[in-house]
Design a protein around this ligand. Structure first.
Ligand SMILES: [Zn+2]
Length: 374
């Protein structure tokens, strides 16, 4: 299942939201409406607190988006294609199709986000000063102050020198600049990222045992998230490095088992799924690829309907999401497979199916290449 959904497109960049964001959004609104706003504006009523909390949370969301967009715009300016932006709990991730070509490009890209957050903090500082000078209602001041503090926190947190945080990317750019070795730079910057993650977890555990349960859980939660991010980003960077230049046409499986479009579902189960035990099969008619059928789709359909329905009626029709040309780079194919939720791509030539690659194939190739590389 996909963990994100598409929200909008800005500058032609698709913006996706990770579902975890809603939990955090709810938590932010709740703590603001029950804690911060009643404490700073005791004269207002409950309804106001909730309204202000929602406004503050949405503005915070816009600030995080501005932070991510500034990374992406620098990337685009330096001719690095961006596949999209995913907003997570603590900000976001811009999906780069390739690694930056030089340390300088990496540095400019990484620093753009924190600069944007600092500028936003400055903006909210000026707004809070103005509302003070002109005697605006007090809640304007508290709202501006909240966003000032949050943007400062986002800038500072992201400047921590642990990959894949912005500060970690800056550190990587610096080591890369001095050593000329991207691989080494990535290794060191990721190690810093992990070290910082363990530091946060340790603080969290300390808080837990000294009675600060909530902040303890927060620290542990953020630490675990960062640890995982450091590990995956390191692996992805290594993969891009090792697999760069390889086309999927060179590694695809070519002896494929396909199913006819008019096959009834009971036969699809007996003659294909149970016999070959794959989770998906390409659907082909007259040498043309029509779509992809999955075991998952059959499970949703009541058993008594199986003989009446054919493969054509339940398949995913052919789409850009799960097809590719044999010229596609393996590293880009990995990105596509991660995004389509299927973990595989059908390789086509003029709608004719010529092969298949799966995430597992690429991982295996990566393992073999790494083993050889020492
Ligand atoms: Zn950033």
């Amino acid at each position: 299942m996909k963990q994100t959904f598409k929200l909008i497109k800005i500058f032609d960049i698709p913006i996706e939201i990770n579902y975890s964001w809603f939990a955090i959004l709810g938590l932010i609104i709740f703590t603001l409406a029950k804690g911060y706003f009643p404490a700073t504006n005791p004269e207002l009523t409950e309804g106001y607190y909730w309204l202000m909390a929602v406004i503050a949370a949405l503005l915070l969301f816009a600030c995080l988006l501005a932070h991510e967009l500034s990374h992406s715009l620098v990337a685009i300016k330096n001719k690095l294609p961006i596949h999209g932006i995913t907003l997570f709990i603590f900000g976001g991730v811009a999906h780069l199709a390739e690694e930056p070509a030089t340390p300088l490009v990496e540095f400019k890209m990484a620093i753009a986000g924190p600069i944007m957050s600092l500028l936003l903090a400055l903006l909210f500082f000026l707004l809070s000063e103005l509302s003070f000078i002109f005697g605006f209602p007090h809640y304007w001041l508290t709202l501006a102050n909240y966003l000032l503090m949050l943007n400062l926190a986002v800038a500072v947190f992201n400047l921590i020198p642990g990959f894949p945080l912005d500060g970690g990317r800056i550190l990587r750019a610096a080591i890369w600049w001095f050593s000329g070795d991207l691989k080494k730079a990535t290794g060191i910057a990721s190690a810093f990222g992990k070290g910082f993650a363990f530091f946060l977890i340790a603080i969290g555990l300390f808080n837990l045992f000294t009675g600060s349960i909530i902040s303890g859980i927060w620290f542990i939660f953020i630490g675990l998230f960062l640890e995982e991010a450091a590990e995956t980003s390191y692996r992805q960077a290594m993969m891009k490095n090792i697999l760069s230049g390889i086309k999927i046409g060179n590694i695809m499986t070519t002896n494929l088992i396909t199913v006819p479009a008019d096959l009834p579902l009971n036969k699809l189960l007996d003659e294909y799924f149970f016999r070959f035990r794959f989770t998906t099969f390409p659907v082909v008619e007259n040498d043309q690829l029509l779509g992809l059928t999955s075991f998952h789709a059959i499970k949703e359909i009541p058993r008594e309907k199986w003989p009446e329905l054919s493969v054509k009626e339940i398949m995913l029709p052919i789409s850009e999401d799960f097809t590719a040309s044999k010229e596609l780079d393996v590293s880009q194919a990995m990105l596509k497979m991660a995004n389509n939720g299927l973990g595989r791509l059908l390789v086509i030539d003029n709608n004719r199916l010529i092969g298949l690659v799966s995430q597992r194939d690429v991982m295996r190739l990566f393992e073999l290449k790494t083993e050889l590389g020492g």
